[in-house]
Unconditional design. Sequence first.
Length: 342
Amino acid sequence: MDLQIALLLGQDGIVNGAVYGLMALALVLVFSVTRVIFIPQGELVAFGALSMAALHAGRVPATLWLLLALAVATLAVEGWRWKRGATVEWRATLVWTVAFPVLASGMVLGLRPTTLALQAVTTLLLITPLGPLLYRLAYRPLADATVLILLIVSVALHGVLVGMGLLFFGAEGSRTPAFSEARIDLGGVPITGQSMVVVGVAFALVVLMFLFFERSIVGKALRATAMNRVGARLMGIPTDLSGDLSFALAALIGAVSGLLIAPLTTVYYDTGFLIGLKGFVAAIVGGLASYPIALLGALLVGQLEAFSSFWASAFKEVLVFTLIIPVLWWRSLHSRHVEDEE
């Protein structure tokens, strides 16, 4: 290995680490607010990339029908809860079950976007509401269950979504055009425009999330829910809507990640699982609680994957996932065990 190869591998590690960092942020956000280890996060990445590819090919993405089916099911469940005397926040419910599906349907079936920018916006409209809809159908009825039960539900939901991905998109992979065709040479190392787009968008999302949590009332409410769910509820914060918002942000991050990786690699219906797992390793480095440490963990995972692909390509996945063992061992020695909230 010479310096140029090391720089090329380092560049790949940074690009991959940026994507894994977004995954880690989404996982930490969802777990902090709802105690859900959202394993299907990777499926949202694959759905975003494959929906974008379908739109670019002039087809109607099957995720539109999934969105409409989940919206109808959620509306029926909320109507049933309301009829039984439960309190239903109808404004938020109608946003996720009516406004977003109608807007997405209009974009896909009416406007039929032809430019990359409009196709990307349409994809975000398709994927983002899937998060809160899945939360309301699969997780909210079990909001007071243990973390283990919620994890089992996540594994089951992952299996269902992978099967749907195979049904919707088939076994063939897809790629999309790059958002930037620029190419620069930095010290003899070629850097593509798409790589710069990935790093730039990831950095912008991290900054926006920081501002959202530090400066906005809604962001502070989410932080309060993450710190103490019962205390937040006693202070009047609607924790159910906090779950909606955290899952919506996670779905948005997943969709953006799918748009970013689709021009770099061929995406299959099950590609998102490995991406989500590597993001989970980064989130574990941060203890599923610290956003900055999770980002550093994502960069570490990206670099480890890049350099291990050069030295031991057959074992690169093994080396990446082995990283979780010393992290868990160290945390088991330095963390205080806390029982689940009653």
